[in-house]
Unconditional design. Structure first.
Length: 188
């Protein structure tokens, strides 16, 4: 800063000469950086750094909240689907005695005419919905899927095997609605 540009006090008022041309020599003065500007620049730089830190923190919070919301939506959709499956399973469980009656009528030759058509349509519709019947003679016995009502010993089997199916089992959406009730033969 040149001497002419320096601040001086006149009657208690601080005055700074900022003219570009020196009034005495008529030469162009080189602008000098005031002493206070470097301190102001440091303060501004600190404020900018602090603001950038806050922006980064708020951005991270926003991303976290967005991820939590996406996970929440997935969980709600999964729970809604499960609730729907449980409701359908409850209705299907209520229809299992009707299916048993249809099977017994078929075995005894009493399922004829219109009743036969209704019974077959009901079974076809339930199969289409996803109801799956299981349990046949000759398959290996699985205690998680079969309910053994009777057991017997047979030499021709090497592992526990279903020999008679008293009542078929039913599954829906990978869940067992009713285990198959069977007679099991095992090796001695």
């Amino acid at each position: 800063m040149s001497e002419e540009q320096e601040a001086f006090e006149e009657n208690g008022v601080r005055v700074t000469d900022r003219r570009r041309i020196d009034p005495e020599t008529f030469e162009i003065r080189q602008p000098a950086e005031p002493a206070g500007e470097s301190a102001e620049g440091a303060v501004l730089e600190a404020d900018l750094t602090e603001t950038e830190g806050k922006v980064a923190e708020l951005t991270a919070d926003l991303q976290r909240v967005h991820a939590e919301y996406a996970n929440y939506r997935k969980r709600v959709d999964r729970d809604r689907e499960l609730a729907g499956q449980l409701a359908v399973a409850a209705v299907l469980s209520g229809l299992l005695p009707v299916l048993d009656d249809i099977d017994r009528a078929r075995e005894h030759g009493e399922l004829e005419g219109a009743f036969r058509t209704v019974g077959e349509a009901l079974q076809a519709t339930l199969t289409k919905i996803g109801l799956e019947s299981y349990g046949t003679a000759g398959e290996p016995f699985d205690p998680t899927e079969h309910e053994a009502l009777t057991t017997e010993s047979r030499d021709e089997v090497s592992e526990p095997t279903v020999v008679t199916v008293y009542q078929p089992g039913y599954r829906f959406a990978g869940r067992i609605l009713r285990p198959a009730r069977v007679a099991v033969a095992g090796a001695d």
